[in-house]
Design a protein around this ligand. Structure first.
Ligand SMILES: NC(=O)c1ccc[n+]([C@@H]2O[C@H](COP(=O)([O-])OP(=O)(O)OC[C@H]3O[C@@H](n4cnc5c(N)ncnc54)[C@H](O)[C@@H]3O)[C@@H](O)[C@H]2O)c1
Length: 287
């Protein structure tokens, strides 16, 4: 069965990017958000991204209109009932994800494949709670989805190899470069990246250097495209905090524990670029 209709749960930072790349690759996409305001915000993000492409001459206004024409936003989960694949990109919280997949399990056909974009939660745990554990994978995209080439495709001990091959083929059509991984917290990239980001916060917290010097150090000394504190602002401090807690609970290693400063910034509502303030101030639009 070839995948034709793709459903996406959540039109936030990641969901909107997943919707966009799937629609650009020619798939018919349905995206579900919790309310009209969140849906409008997510769809506006896609429109803005595509318009930038038009302004830079990377695509025509007609191509943009065709991509938008393949995207159908909704607040009703039942509108995703006839999708061949549903990718979940909601909040990084296991209870919320179980709730989403239980509702999808009831709404979608038995052949539909489910995927989670989780960064750190167990795909096996999510799959085991559904009636289709063999048709469940991890599909971990990177931010910003339209620009980042990689996707990690994650298998559990229960994943049917034919389903895994179908999802790998889907990812290649987006087109993304695929890294395959077993279901472990953080898979490959976050297993290595998250301790590094948390260490950058610890370096700031302990007064070793300013945020600008920490970022410049890693940019200019290691050739990274951006420093760790800027990257944290892009990822979202709340998302990083959830991920760190989940990885710490699984591995029980201090290097995964969220530093106190991260927790306090999240409590203060300083979530990074998406809230207008994180390690840097974005209230004027730019950093
Ligand atoms: N931010 C990143 O860099 C990044 C990278 C890879 C993976 N992820 C993962 O992707 C997921 C989403 O992260 P994000 O950064 O896009 O978060 P986000 O907060 O930007 O977006 C989440 C969206 O999901 C919506 N939502 C919540 N519950 C929903 C439901 N039941 N139905 C429909 N929509 C619902 C919210 O309204 C929100 O708009 C998380 O699991 C996260 O760990 C994030």
């Amino acid at each position: 069965m070839a995948i034709q209709k793709v459903g996406v749960i959540g039109c936030g930072l990641m969901g909107s990017g997943i919707v966009q790349v799937a629609a650009q690759a020619g798939f018919d996409v349905r995206v579900r958000e919790i309310d009209d305001a969140a849906l409008a915000k997510g769809l506006a993000r896609i429109d803005k991204f595509l318009q930038n492409g038009v302004d830079k001459g990377k695509l025509t206004a007609e191509q943009k209109a065709a991509v938008l024409g393949r995207i159908h936003g909704t607040t009703k989960l039942a509108d995703l009932a006839d999708c061949d694949l549903v990718v979940e990109a909601a909040i990084e919280n296991i209870a919320a994800k179980h709730e989403v997949f239980a509702a999808l399990d009831a709404a979608c056909g038995p052949n539909a494949i489910f995927a989670s974009n989780t960064s750190s939660l167990s795909i096996t745990e999510m799959a085991a709670k559904t009636k289709r554990p063999s048709r469940f994978v991890g599909l971990h995209f990177f931010n910003p989805v339209p620009l980042m080439q990689l996707v990690e495709v994650v298998k559990t001990p229960m994943t049917d190899p034919a389903v895994f091959a179908e999802i790998e083929a889907f990812a290649l059509k987006l087109p993304k470069v695929v890294v395959t991984a077993q279901d472990t917290p953080g898979f490959v990239v976050n297993r290595l990246l998250v301790p590094y980001l948390l260490d950058a916060i610890r370096v700031l917290e302990s007064g070793v250097a300013t945020k600008e010097d920490i970022d410049n150090g890693m940019k200019l000394g290691c050739g990274h495209p951006m420093g760790p504190l800027t990257l944290l602002d892009f990822v979202g401090l709340d998302t990083t905090y959830y991920i760190a807690n989940i990885m710490f609970n699984e591995f029980k290693e201090p290097r995964f524990a969220p530093p106190p400063l991260l927790k306090r910034m999240v409590l203060a509502g300083w979530l990074g670029k998406k809230s207008g303030r994180g390690f840097y101030d974005y209230s004027a639009g730019a950093k």
